[in-house]
Design a protein around this ligand. Sequence first.
Ligand SMILES: [Zn+2]
Length: 317
Amino acid sequence: MKNSPPQKKAPSPAELSNPYGLLCYDQLPEWRKDNPYIYTQYRPISHSYKACLKSLFYLHNQTGNIYSHLLFFFPVLALIIHNSLALAGVRTLSIQPRSDDVLAFSAFFAGAAMCMSFSTAYHTFMSHSEYVASRGKLLDFAGITCLIWGSMMPTLYYAFNCETDVMKKYMVTFSTFGVMALLYFLSPLASNPTAQKMVIPLFVIFAASGILPLAHGVQLYGWDRMDELVGLKYVLLHGAIYAASLGPFLTKFPECWLPGKCDMWFSSHQIFHVAIVLAASVHFLGLIKAFQFQHAHTQMLICPLLNTWKGDVLHVL
Ligand SMILES: [Zn+2]
């Protein structure tokens, strides 16, 4: 007698409503439990990069975190290509940038691209395994370090390009801090949960130390002149957006008020991601303003002009 082929079992109503096997918080392994106010929509731990990549095509509670940075990566990439053309001497703007302008903007674009790509990779592959999630988290921190460094370099360039010794000192100091932070994130020490509690204070100190050169610039040239030189209002707004986003990030607001209601959208981490994109965009507008101002004067004229401004400030004091 011929055996009949095995009949495929019909999916249960629960399987039909949850085809990707998304989990609740209580079903997660201990290492994956980091936000008790997000109740549902967790991807299962897959131990598969392919499964993690497939999760880009359905909704789960990391979709917002992934796409908020993945979608921003593409305009940054377009600007990198545009910048590379300018560096190669291809005329793409009505104002032809100097090679120093292009390098200054390159630092910003590189920092933004690393932050967006590392963050996207972390949130995509965090459901692979504990090891991949923990290494990815450190990569994410490294990306934020790159973005802070990349934001500071062009601002220092436009603030002090007529005070080259001062500019070099600030650039070397910030780059040293940045490299030290990166080495820390690559070291075994950073995997320690206690050491990870130091990450946010470290970022705050690193970013806040950017106020010192700005204050130095205001002391040299005055507030209005510094605003023209570096787009100071934009730079400060960019810092204020970062500072404001730390509140939701640290307190897990709004989901701590609305447990289970922000599982898919509007969670504190998504707000933090959108704030990073917004702050980087505002900073970019400030850099454009600085670029346009400095090219409204030739390099020959801007330095004597700055010396006049310094004289004005001393006169007022
Ligand atoms: Zn993130």
